[in-house]
Design a protein around this ligand. Structure first.
Ligand code: 13P
Length: 248
């Protein structure tokens, strides 16, 4: 199981350091059974990296540029993320797709670049409410997976994570039911395997995961953990979700 906190654009650096300390302290006792990651805003990656160094908590970034360096004002690259201790990088989050114009082909370039630099991409996929209402969730998510992983060859299941985040469940308080999530996770796993990916690639569920619904979601056979937004900003809630994962 893997529980990753996506802090999005929250926490000034001092608050990020404080939150990371609190998380590291609270999740220590579950380190044997659950992998835990925090993904702070990029301005706090270095400082949070110092806090979680020598703890079981891993560091992740929320996005990156696919080039190693260059004239890309405002961007950060995979080597930069690696240099401050990142293990993971979230790619293709629906907020990046919807608000910043990211497209499948770009997610693919970033995925290839992350892998080439030893980062583990957490590739996000998920359908909108209209797409689900139209019964198109598998078509949409299948297309996102196929595009993101074009040309990707995995030596190990540990080199990739996929997050299924139905857009209609993000920040809305509405969660996919465990059955809805399980069906999509199963679909994604089969799709990954058809690409030659190992069956063991972790598939996280994201979208209004809270301490109260985490256990039922994580009990599903193809849900390997969670990508947590709002609830990851509160160390107690985040630790409670980690605890729920530790009991699976
Ligand atoms: P919420 O948990 O706030 O719904 O956010 C989910 C998410 O987008 C994680 O990446």
């Amino acid at each position: 199981m893997l529980i990753a906190g996506n802090w999005k654009m929250h926490t000034v650096p001092d608050a990020a350091v404080e939150l990371a300390r609190d998380v590291a302290r609270r999740v220590r006792s579950h380190a044997d059974s659950v992998a835990v990651a925090v993904c702070p805003p990029s301005i706090s990656l270095a400082a949070v990296g110092e806090v979680v160094r020598n703890t079981p908590v891993r560091l992740g970034a929320q996005t990156m540029h696919e080039a190693e360096q260059g004239a890309y004002t405002g961007e950060v690259s995979a080597p930069m993320l690696g240099a401050v201790g990142c293990h993971y990088v979230i790619l293709g989050h629906s907020e990046r797709r919807q608000l910043f114009g990211e497209i499948d082909a770009g997610v693919n370039r970033k995925t290839l670049a992350a892998l080439a630099h030893g980062l583990v991409p957490i590739v996000c996929v998920g359908e909108t409410l209209n797409e689900r209402k139209a019964g198109e969730e598998e078509t949409v998510v299948g297309r996102q997976i196929d595009a993101a992983l074009d040309g990707v060859h995995l030596d190990s299941a540990a080199h990739l994570v996929v997050a299924y985040e139905p857009v209609w469940a993000i920040g809305t308080g509405e969660t996919a039911s465990p059955e809805q999530a399980q069906a999509m996770h199963r679909f994604i796993r089969d799709r990954l395997v058809s690409f030659g990916a190992p069956r063991e690639v972790e598939i996280l569920y994201g979208g209004s995961v809270k301490p109260g619904n985490a256990a039922d979601l994580f009990a599903q056979p193809d849900i390997d953990g969670g990508l947590i937004g709002g609830a990851s900003l509160d160390a107690e809630s985040f630790a409670a979700i980690v605890e729920a994962a530790s009991k699976v």
